[in-house]
Design a protein around this ligand. Structure first.
Ligand code: SF4
Ligand code: SF4
Length: 301
């Protein structure tokens, strides 16, 4: 199924230190609402079955979001909204927001949570939002962003104490988090395959990766094109037929790094996105991979 992260706006009401969605400059781009509706119709025609509204804070444009969710629902598209829960200040106001989304067909809410988010948003907001979802019957989960330091323990404990559904998610050292000191990692020798959902920006640029993909500025490796010059079908076809993208999905980034000559003991010191950046944001390495793509294909057990 084709899926996409839909960046309706990059505007956010808070400024988390780890945010990958924007660089340090103020970023308040927003898609035209009528254009967004047309794009959703085009997506449905291109076989897109799932949209995640992300990027900045979607609830800043709540009524427009409700309208887009409703349209998706009518077109048979699964919808998720990613939010920092700033709007869930009381159980009552939280119920009202969730009820409206549920009535208009939202399928899932993803609540962002971390020691960085919670400098700006009271953690009880996240609790209110999750409880409203439970009460009203809207699927939810909490995305617990962490760098696995001990200072995150009380944040995790809060989720456990309140019996909330959550999934730890490693910080991506891009965007504002690019200045963080990366933790010492020694991972298992794992494949590091990546599903790579595309991301559409408010300016209608589309990237093959929705996380750190738009930050590979030295190579623009993940850039697919702009919807003003391409159809949705053309851009999806591009991401589905590029051979290197295909190897990231199936072979995994670890095997690509090994093919390039990186020692196994070095490979396990990188996070998945960090390794991806090392390989694909280097013009020299990328040129070599493009030239040797057939040999890479033969690099299999
Ligand atoms: S991480 Fe999310 S909530 Fe925090 S500044 Fe970025 S978009 Fe806003
Ligand atoms: S591993 Fe690469 S393709 Fe996957 S999310 Fe990270 S940067 Fe994107």
């Amino acid at each position: 199924m084709r899926k996409l992260a839909f960046g309706y706006s990059t505007r956010c009401n808070i400024k988390c230190e780890h945010c990958v969605a924007v660089q340090d400059i103020p970023d308040t781009r927003k898609m035209d609402h009528t254009r967004a509706r047309k794009i959703i119709v085009e997506m449905a025609q291109a076989g897109v079955g799932g949209i995640s509204f992300s990027a900045g804070e979607p609830f800043l444009y709540f009524n427009e979001m409700v309208d887009l969710v409703k349209l998706c629902s009518q077109m048979g598209i699964y919808t998720r909204i990613v939010t920092n829960s700033f709007w869930a200040r009381t159980p009552e106001s939280s119920d009202n927001f969730i009820l409206k989304l549920k009535e208009n067909g939202l399928c899932q809410l993803r609540l962002s949570y971390s020691r960085w988010h919670q400098k700006n948003v009271n953690r009880n907001n996240v609790l209110n939002a999750a409880r409203s979802c439970r009460k009203i019957g809207l699927n939810y989960f909490i995305s617990f962003v962490t760098d696995f330091f001990m200072e995150d323990d009380p944040y995790e404990q809060f989720l456990r104490d309140n019996d909330l559904i959550f999934f730890p998610e490693p910080v991506i050292y891009s965007g504002r988090a690019a200045s963080f000191k990366p933790r010492n990692i020694l991972t298992d020798y794992q494949a590091n395959c990546c599903e790579m959902n595309p991301y559409l920006t408010p300016d209608l640029d589309m990237y093959a990766c929705c996380d750190a993909g738009s930050h590979f500025s030295k190579t623009s490796f993940f850039y697919l094109g702009n919807l003003n010059n391409n159809t949705m079908e053309q851009l999806f076809t591009k991401t589905e037929t590029d051979r290197l993208y295909g190897f990231i999905r199936t072979m995994g980034i670890t095997n690509i790094a090994s093919f390039l000559g990186m020692k196994a003991r070095r490979i396990i010191t990188h996070s998945k996105c960090g390794l991806c950046q090392k390989l694909f944001n280097s013009p020299e390495t990328l040129a070599r991979l493009r030239a040797e793509v057939s040999q890479l294909e033969a690099w299999s057990r």
